[in-house]
Design a protein around this ligand. Sequence first.
Ligand code: ATP
Ligand code: MG
Length: 424
Amino acid sequence: MSGKPTVPAPRAASAPYGPCVLLKHGEVFLKGHNRHRFVERLHDNLRVALRGVGGSTWIKSAQNVTVLGGQVPQEALVERARRVIGFNSVEPAIRVPSTLEEINRAAVEALRAVSADRPGRGFAVRVKRRDKQFPLTSSRMAAQVGARVLEEVTGLHVDLTRPDVLLTIEIDRKETYLSWTRHPGVTGLPVGSSGRALVLLSGGYDSPVAAHRAMRRGLACEFVHFSGAPYTNPSSVYKAYALARELNRYQPPGRLHVIALGKAQKQLAVVGAGRLQVVAQRRLMVRTASALAARTGAQALVTGDSLGQVASQTLANLVAVDEASDLPILRPLIGWEKQEIIDEARSLGTADISILPDEDCCQLLAPPRASTRAGLPHLRAVEKRLDLDEVTEALLDHIQVMLPGEEDGTVPAAPASCTAPAPV
Ligand code: ATP
Ligand code: MG
């Protein structure tokens, strides 16, 4: 994955008055003396998300807020910003000079449009003064603007307890921002601020949600998918590609590494893994993923495991898998229920991909009754019958790398044929 984005920083000094977008900082706001580094990262990620938006853009920093604008429709900016991890809210706004007259005028115009759209609504005005030099206190300013709106706009009434429309006015020294719509942002830490991880991405619901959770804790993610090739068709690879592309909309794009595990799975079966087949395969996956991470600079693996969800995810089996990895395995969904995971996958946009049928490598050669308590001595005994270093090397030698979501991302090759699993 590329490190720092190479997008030139837009110039904010000449930011014009007019429509813009306010991005309220999430957890970054809690950071102490190194907060500026988190904010820089957040802005880098925002610039990457704005690539190809169709016009020039600018970014400006205020206290715990980023202001975004440009020669691009406001909705397009909102759309891009809503996917950048680290903002609590994304608010379309108007930027005006900090004078009473300009603020009043903008407030009247804004609420006139709101009223024309749907008359009969209750409104309230809330003022925040970041500049305490401003001549009126916040509450007096709110009352004054409210009175002016009532005078000039028909079809609205004041409702201070449960307003349908809350006009927020944020006054800085030179400029003031007015907003009345608030979209929730993807909260969390800026992607990349916690380091880099390699996500084991299957075609199911769980691993994409786990990846997103990892990103939300500041991890820049690359992905590795194990297919059952040459014994399965490439449907699982297509799914992994589509999932990684969807996930890459939330971060500066991370690569997808595809590894054909089929032959190695067969080798495990041939040496008699039996009921340990699934855990032995999972150990091989994390062993290989650790070796890959060493090459790509990832500091941890991430999986979609949830304790007890299936036989391979009992505590004993998770411990057995951990032992095969050189890197810590992070499991963001360990305490999640399946329904919670599916609900989150739906809101992320990955559920529609995960639900598609595929030929998954884990089903290949799965024993009728998988062991729920794979003992380490047994696993090691099975693995000893193979040269694991050689197996891992061979897997890494034939790795396929793609960059889903980038124009130059290679698309997986079309299937030559769909080979059925060979009998062992
Ligand atoms: P998911 O858990 O994503 O729904 P699944 O049910 O097919 O997919 P599990 O058997 O629950 O997968 O596997 C647990 C975890 O192991 C996955 O969440 C994923 O991180 C990893 N994993 C499983 N199969 C693969 C694979 N083919 N390629 C990469 N990682 C995988
Ligand atoms: Mg699962």
